[in-house]
Ligand binder design. Structure first.
Ligand SMILES: CC(C)(COP(=O)([O-])OP(=O)(O)OC[C@H]1O[C@@H](n2cnc3c(N)ncnc32)[C@H](O)[C@@H]1OP(=O)(O)O)[C@@H](O)C(=O)NCCC(=O)NCCSC(=O)C[C@@H](O)C[N+](C)(C)C
Length: 267
């Protein structure tokens, strides 16, 4: 299985399990993650979820090798606006990274070791809180491949960081380590390397001790920002459909091993 699921003491821990690919998410993994979070939402015995990755990596984003495989007939070149988009509260299909279009009622905490980049950063931003271990890095690394953020990053990063800080990260695609992520407000907690899951579990256990109805109601209210999330998510997708060919070419470049050193001059 490309994900693992553990349920104990009301805490569901869902881990992406493709360490050889730095836990990049391929379409099958996206489906499994989406279903795992739907199951978590439906299971009344489960109160808090933790999203993490195995092997000391959170997630390297979308699987660029899967995306770049073949030619212009690859996954990204076939992007279309899904039917039923007008009501994305619980979208009928997974986002490319899995659960990014789900609005869960219960809290989700990201436990981040190693890279949480590109779509991995978007998954972390989808979570309600983020614990980053020393040595973890986040950033919009997909900038270099011409692959846009379409798992909520363009909406959630400004919400979490503020527009100016989000602009810096979205435009430059630079890497941000745990201590800077804490000062920017992306990380809620930092911890020594190897302890992100332990810290996330401690937070989760604390949340479970509270009366749940009130906590969940406040959690819901806190997400009611003036932003029209539905419109913003739709715009992300429309934009991606327009620029998918560039991302397809970038993914092929990644898969071929070119451009990893930071020289993007031939794009
Ligand atoms: C994560 C990373 C910093 C880790 O560095 P490392 O030095 O620890 O590891 P590595 O040697 O670079 O990679 C180890 C293995 O992991 C693979 N790998 C790493 N990232 C991958 C990826 N995203 N897809 C497929 N394989 C990936 C590498 O190809 C390699 O495979 P190999 O051993 O067979 O050569 C480095 O691998 C890296 O920069 N990876 C690329 C990250 C990146 O730019 N991701 C962008 C994905 S696009 C995206 O996620 C945006 C999203 O919204 C997209 N979409 C719209 C389609 C949903």
């Amino acid at each position: 299985m490309t994900i693992t699921i553990d349920k104990s003491d009301g805490i569901t821990t869902i881990a992406i399990n493709r360490p050889d690919a730095r836990n990049a998410v391929n379409p099958e993994t996206a489906r499994l993650l989406y279903q795992a979070f739907l199951d978590f939402e439906a299971d009344e015995a489960q109160r808090v979820a933790i999203l993490t990755g195995t092997g000391g990596y959170f997630c390297a984003g979308f699987d660029l090798k899967a995306a770049g495989a073949g030619d212009a007939t690859g996954w990204m070149a076939k992007v279309q606006i899904p039917e039923g988009w007008d009501n994305p509260v619980i979208h009928p299909i997974p986002g490319p990274m899995g659960p990014s279009r789900l609005m869960l009622s219960k809290p989700v905490i990201a436990a981040i070791e190693g890279p949480a980049v590109a779509g991995g950063m978007e998954l972390a931003a989808w979570c309600d809180m983020r614990v980053m271990a020393q040595g973890a890095v986040t950033g919009v690394f997909c900038r270099r491949w011409g692959v846009p953020l379409i798992d909520g990053g363009t909406i959630r990063l400004p919400q979490i960081l503020g527009q100016g800080r989000a602009n810096d990260l979205i435009l430059t695609g630079r890497g941000v380590e745990a201590s800077e992520a804490l000062s920017l407000g992306f990380a809620n907690r930092t911890c020594p390397q190897g302890e992100a899951l332990k810290v996330a579990r401690t937070i989760a256990a604390d949340l479970i001790r509270f009366p749940q109805t009130c906590m969940l109601a406040d959690h819901l209210s806190a997400r009611m920002t003036p932003t029209d999330l539905a419109a913003a998510l739709r715009w992300e997708w429309v934009s991606f459909a327009a620029f998918a060919a560039e991302g397809q070419a970038g993914a092929a470049r990644f898969a071929s091993g070119k451009g990893r050193s930071g020289d993007f001059g031939d794009i």
